[in-house]
Ligand binder design. Structure first.
Ligand code: SAM
Length: 210
């Protein structure tokens, strides 16, 4: 068996942390987090990934792959998993550490075109850890519009916010934008076992007027 695909939790986690820190220090304006997501947050974000039938699942901002692993564990046979990552350093790390993952290097604002180039027109689930607070508001709208267009009517979109940011005006405006873009927006309970603690928004039925 190829050494790179064997399960080595300790070594994998250390290598993920090194890669995350290297990019985060250099590009905090793109990464927007101090550490990879925890398994608890990954579980909250990936509960929308169908386990019972083959599905197309798209991840936005995979970073070093903490969420990608959780998605992979849920997938039913015949499913397809694709991840869109803008940072070339993260893409290099993912290609080396998670060779099973189909990573597209690109901007989530071009999601439809990036998926079309892979022969994908619709997704059953979109899971994002994109740093929304770093995006100008027109860019937030552009990315949400792309997600709404690729998501099947029966699909679900999840994304994360951090607890300390919840009361901020900017975060409130982002929640308003989610509610304008989706018929249903639910909030999970707090996930304390993450640095920093966070929660997930679970969005269904894109309404198509963002
Ligand atoms: C907060 S980190 C999350 C990393 C990882 N998914 C996790 O949860 O540990 C955000 C990731 O989104 C990527 N990113 C930022 N802007 C992006 C964009 N416009 N399109 C795709 N990826 C983007 C960053 O490079 C970074 O890897």
């Amino acid at each position: 068996m190829n050494e790179t695909v064997q399960h080595r939790p300790g070594r994998d986690a250390a290598s993920d942390l090194r890669a995350f820190a290297a990019v985060a220090l250099r590009r905090q304006g793109v990464v927007g987090a101090v550490a990879p997501s925890s398994p608890a947050l990954a579980r909250a974000l990936t509960a929308v990934v169908p386990t019972t039938a083959a599905a197309v699942v798209v991840e936005l901002g995979p970073g070093t792959g903490a969420i990608s692993e959780a998605i992979r564990r849920r997938l039913a046979p015949g499913s397809r998993q694709v991840a869109v990552e803008i940072d070339p350093g993260m893409v290099t790390h993912l290609n080396r550490a998670r060779p099973w993952l189909d990573v597209i290097q690109g901007d989530a604002a071009r999601l439809g075109a990036l998926l079309a180039a892979r022969g994908i027109d619709r997704a059953d689930a979109v899971v994002s850890t994109l740093p929304w607070s770093l995006f100008p508001e027109d860019r937030q709208e552009a990315v949400l519009g792309e997600i709404g267009r690729v998501l099947r009517p029966s699909g679900a979109f999840t994304t994360v916010t951090y607890l300390h940011a919840v009361p901020l005006a900017r975060a409130r405006r982002f929640r308003g934008r989610l509610r304008a873009a989706f018929d249903e927006v639910l909030t999970t309970g707090p996930v304390w076992r993450n640095v920093p603690p966070g929660l997930a928004y679970v969005c269904r039925r894109p309404v198509g007027h963002v």
